[in-house]
Write a protein that binds this ligand. Structure first.
Ligand code: NAI
Length: 217
C-alpha cells in the first residue's frame, strides 16, 4: 500500500498538538504491542475519547495514511511521533535531591521513553553512596565534575524549593539547558533554557474543582 509521507519539521507543529502527542504515543504504543497494524480515526477516537475530527486534524501533521478507508498505519505513526518527541535519541537525566521524590523517580524506568537516569545527587552525606536501581547517589560537591564528564541533557530538580533556583543557575553554568522542575517555585531562567514544571498539587486542585462542580450540579 502506498503511503503519503512528508518531511516533518517539529517547528511547524503547534504547541497544542505537541502537548497531545505523548497521549497518542502511549495509545499507539499499546496498539503496536498488541500487533495492531492499522486503525481508523473512529476506532482511535473511541479508545482515546477524543473526537475523530480532532484526531484527523492532529495526525494530519504526520502523514502516514493509506488510501481512503485504510486508516492509520500504527507503527509508522508511532515511529514518527516518537521522532518528533525526540524519543529516538537517549536523553540522560540527573536527579538533584535524592529524597523521597528523587528516589521515586530514579526507581522508575523511563528508558522505554528515551530517558536514562545516570546519577542522583544530594547534600546529605548519609545518602551518598547508596544505589537506587543501580544508580549511585553522589555528593552534590561532585556535580560539576560529573556534568563535565558525562552527557547530561536534563536535570530533575527534586530538592527543597529554597535551593532550586540557585541549583538551576549552577547547573546552567555547567552547560545544562533543560530542567524537569518538581520544586514548587517558578524558575526564572533565560529563554534558551527549557523548563517543564510538574506540580502534582496543581493537578489535584483541578481534580478538586471538578469533584465540587459535579456535586453542585
Ligand atoms: P525530601 O526532603 O525527601 O528530599 C529532598 C532532598 O533534597 C533531601 O534528601 C535533601 O538532603 C536534598 N537537598 C537539600 N538541599 C540540597 C542541595 N542544596 N543540593 C542537593 N540536595 C539537597 O523531599 P521530597 O518529598 O523528596 O520533595 C523534594 C522536593 O519536591 C520539594 O521541593 C517538594 O516540595 C517537591 N515535591 C514536588 C511535588 C510535585 O508534584 N511537583 C510532589 C512532591 C514533592
Amino acid at each position: 500500500m502506498s503511503e503519503m509521507k512528508k518531511e516533518i519539521n517539529a517547528k511547524e507543529i503547534s504547541p497544542a498538538v505537541i502537548k497531545r502527542l505523548p497521549r497518542y504515543y502511549r495509545y499507539l504504543g499499546e496498539l503496536v504491542e498488541n500487533e495492531v497494524v492499522r486503525i481508523s480515526s473512529k476506532d482511535l477516537s473511541e479508545r482515546m475519547k477524543v473526537t475523530a475530527s480532532q484526531i484527523r486534524q492532529d495526525l494530519n501533521n504526520f502523514g502516514g495514511f493509506g488510501q481512503q478507508g485504510y486508516g492509520y498505519n500504527v507503527q509508522y505513526l508511532y515511529n514518527e511521533i516518537g521522532k518528533i518527541l525526540g524519543l529516538d535519541r537517549t536523553n540522560n537525566i540527573i536527579i538533584i535531591g535524592a529524597g523521597n521524590l528523587g528516589q521515586a523517580l530514579a526507581n522508575y524506568n523511563f528508558e522505554k521513553r528515551g530517558f536514562k537516569t545516570i546519577g542522583l545527587f544530594d547534600a546529605n552525606p548519609r545518602l551518598v553512596g547508596i544505589n537506587v536501581r543501580g544508580i549511585e547517589i553522589h555528593d552534590i560537591g561532585e556535580l560539576e565534575e560529573f556534568v563535565k564528564n558525562n552527557e547530561v541533557q536534563l536535570a530533575a530538580l527534586t530538592l527543597p524549593k529554597q535551593h532550586a533556583h540557585q541549583m538551576a543557575l549552577e547547573l546552567m553554568s555547567y552547560g545544562v539547558k533543560a530542567f524537569w522542575n518538581f520544586a514548587p517555585i517558578d524558575l526564572n531562567l533565560p529563554d534558551d533554557v527549557i523548563v517543564e514544571n510538574v506540580h502534582l498539587a496543581d493537578s489535584l486542585m483541578t481534580l478538586s474543582y471538578r469533584i465540587h462542580s459535579r456535586e453542585e450540579e
